[in-house]
Every structure is written in structure tokens, then in C-alpha cells.
Design a protein around this ligand. Structure first.
Ligand SMILES: [Zn+2]
Length: 344
């Protein structure tokens, strides 16, 4: 007798397919070199940047799938084609020990410690290998992306990582959704490869870049400048070379005025590399910040930092950092599109 396909069978099939889709990890393509785009631009990105933990990651307000959206938008605009993206390797603990305390790195293999740093309730019931492949791996790949962006900027002029900017990760502390400091790693690799120049880390994420401030506090070759909301995480501050405390509710005009002042001050000194930590959480609809920029204001912010570096012939690295609101993906797509067009 032939089994009859009932509505129940069909419902079970659909449920099973949905479950498979839901549980499937993101694609993890092999590392590869992409193409140097017109104007000397290297763009790093991998779908493996997306944290995927059986949907639990959705409890964090950071829509990590926004990076996929931004990459797709750049492709749709014809600015970056699929084979153009440089796909990074994941950076392991042995390598990261050059910029992080090894005991801290080991502590991240404890799910509760990792959970606290990421502010996501990762249940302590999964084998370590699952947490590695679903969570830490995504961050390791994005750290590799910043290495590519730094190397790309030094070789060709401009390096973009469609992700990264984990500016709260200190040498021995992870918090604020940041566990590995990608800027510290990227600069470490550049130094190993012979780069001896002066570096400006210019941080316009809405939150203070305490991780970079801490990582480079004793490095006179690196200047750290952060513009951030005065009431926002983290408190207490780790002082940087320059900290600009912005009032809640600041809008485009007031913000851009403070930005210009900070850029003028910064470029009183010469630099050989600028790293822009360009979070989109300055936007008015961001749920984790209290600044009030429009998408056009964000695009203008990024254009001004980009121009300040490139008009002086200084290699420029762009990292996406934080940004959690509904207009984040479209605003950052527009900003990267404007940089890619300006580079041409
Ligand atoms: Zn932020």
C-alpha cells in the first residue's frame, strides 16, 4: 500500500526544511585574494563574518546579517563584484597572543565568559567545538579581514573591511560585543612586515574606542582619537590621546563641526596610515546610542575623514564597527559606495 501524503506530512516537511535553514551555519568560503579596484581599493568580506548560533544571536540588537546586506548592496550597485572581495583566513589564538593576554584568550573558551563579553546569552550546554565554529570563528574571520584591509591600504591606498572595528576589545578584556582587537592585530602584522610609520586611529563610532586606547596607550607611534556620546558605554573611560565627548541628541551640523575640529587637530601631525573606525550607531534610530545623525550626515562624516587622509596621500583603512538601527545597513552601504566612487 502506498503511504498517503497528508497535510500533516507536508507541515512536518516544511517545519523540517525551516529547521535545517535556521540551524545551518553561514557559508564559509576558502580564503582567497580578490581584485584591487579602481583607485587602489581592497575590499575584504566573508559571509562567515555572520555569527550564527541557532538563532540565539538574534537576542542581541546587533543585526550581524547587515554585513551581508551591505556586501550585496555594493554588488547590486556594480561597485564590487563577487570575485572582487578578498576573503580572509580566520586568525587563531596562537597568533592573537601577540596582541592579547594568552590567559584572556583561553578564558574566552569558557562559554559564560564569552557570553558576557558578547552580551548574548550563549547557553553553556554546547560542546566547545560548536561555540568555536558558530561564534568565535566569525570574529576570527573579521579580524583577518582587517589584516587584509591594512595590508591593502599600505600597498594600494585604500583598504575596506565590510565588518571589523571591534574597538572595545582590550588586551585582557572583552566587552561590548568585542572579543578580539582587529586593529591591534592588523597593525601588528603590518609592523612584522616592515611598516614603521605613524598611525592615526580615528574612531567615530558612537561609543568610546576604549579597546584601542588601551591597546596603544604605550605606543608613541599610534595616536588614538575618539568622538563619542558622553553618556554612552563604556564608563569609566580609558583615556585616549584625544576624546571628544558629544552631547546626547547632537545632529548633523553640530557633529560635523566637532568632526572638522578633531580632524584639524589630528592632522597637525603627519601620519603614514589612518584607520577609521566608522560605526553607524551615530544614527538617530540606533537603539544603543543617543546621537541623532541622519544617513546623509553619516555619509558626509565618512567622506570628510576619507578626504582628510587621501588628500594628504595617506593610506586609509575603513572599518564598519557598531551600528544597530534599521537604517544602519543602507547608510553604511551609501557611505562605502561614496568612498568607492570617490576613489575612482
Ligand atoms: Zn558603538
Amino acid at each position: 500500500m502506498r503511504p498517503r501524503l497528508t497535510r500533516r506530512h507536508f507541515a512536518l516537511f516544511v517545519l523540517g526544511a525551516l529547521l535545517v535553514w535556521f540551524l545551518a551555519p553561514p557559508a564559509n568560503p576558502e580564503p582567497r585574494d580578490g581584485r584591487v579596484l579602481p583607485g587602489g581599493v581592497v575590499v575584504a568580506w566573508s559571509p562567515a563574518y555572520r555569527v550564527s548560533f541557532f538563532g540565539i544571536e538574534r537576542l542581541h540588537p546587533f543585526d550581524i546579517a547587515k554585513l551581508d546586506t551591505i556586501a550585496a548592496n555594493l554588488e547590486r550597485e556594480g561597485l564590487v563584484h563577487d570575485g572582487d572581495f578578498w576573503i580572509p583566513a580566520a586568525i587563531g589564538d596562537d597568533a592573537l597572543a601577540a596582541v592579547h593576554d594568552p590567559a584572556y584568550l583561553a578564558s574566552l573558551h569558557d562559554t559564560p565568559v564569552l557570553s558576557q563579553a558578547l552580551e548574548v546569552p550563549v547557553p553553556d550546554v554546547f560542546p566547545r567545538s560548536v561555540v568555536e565554529s558558530r561564534v568565535r570563528h566569525a570574529f576570527r574571520k573579521a579580524v583577518g579581514g582587517t589584516e587584509i584591509a591594512v595590508r591593502g591600504a599600505l600597498a594600494h591606498g585604500i583598504g575596506i573591511n565590510v565588518g571589523g572595528g571591534f574597538h572595545h576589545a582590550r588586551p585582557a578584556l572583552g566587552h561590548g560585543f568585542c572579543i578580539y582587537n582587529d586593529v591591534a592585530w592588523g597593525l601588528h602584522v603590518a609592523r612584522q612586515e616592515g611598516f614603521t610609520g605613524r598611525v592615526l586611529i580615528f574612531d567615530t563610532d558612537a561609543h568610546q574606542g576604549d579597546g584601542n586606547h588601551a591597546a596603544f596607550a604605550n605606543d608613541p607611534s599610534v595616536t588614538t582619537i575618539s568622538l563619542h556620546g558622553r553618556r554612552l558605554f563604556p564608563h569609566p573611560r580609558v583615556p585616549g590621546d584625544v576624546d571628544v565627548e558629544l552631547d546626547p541628541g547632537i545632529t548633523d551640523a553640530g557633529y560635523l563641526e566637532q568632526l572638522d575640529a578633531a580632524l584639524s587637530l589630528a592632522f597637525e601631525q603627519p601620519f603614514d596610515l589612518v584607520v577609521h573606525v566608522a560605526g553607524s550607531d551615530v544614527l538617530s534610530d540606533d537603539p544603543l546610542a543617543d546621537l541623532a545623525l541622519t544617513p546623509a550626515g553619516l555619509v558626509e562624516r565618512d567622506a570628510r575623514v576619507f578626504r582628510a587622509a587621501r588628500s594628504r596621500g595617506i593610506p586609509y583603512v575603513h572599518l564598519l564597527a557598531g551600528g544597530y538601527g534599521p537604517s544602519s545597513a543602507s547608510a553604511q552601504s551609501a557611505s562605502l559606495a561614496s568612498i568607492l566612487r570617490a576613489a575612482r
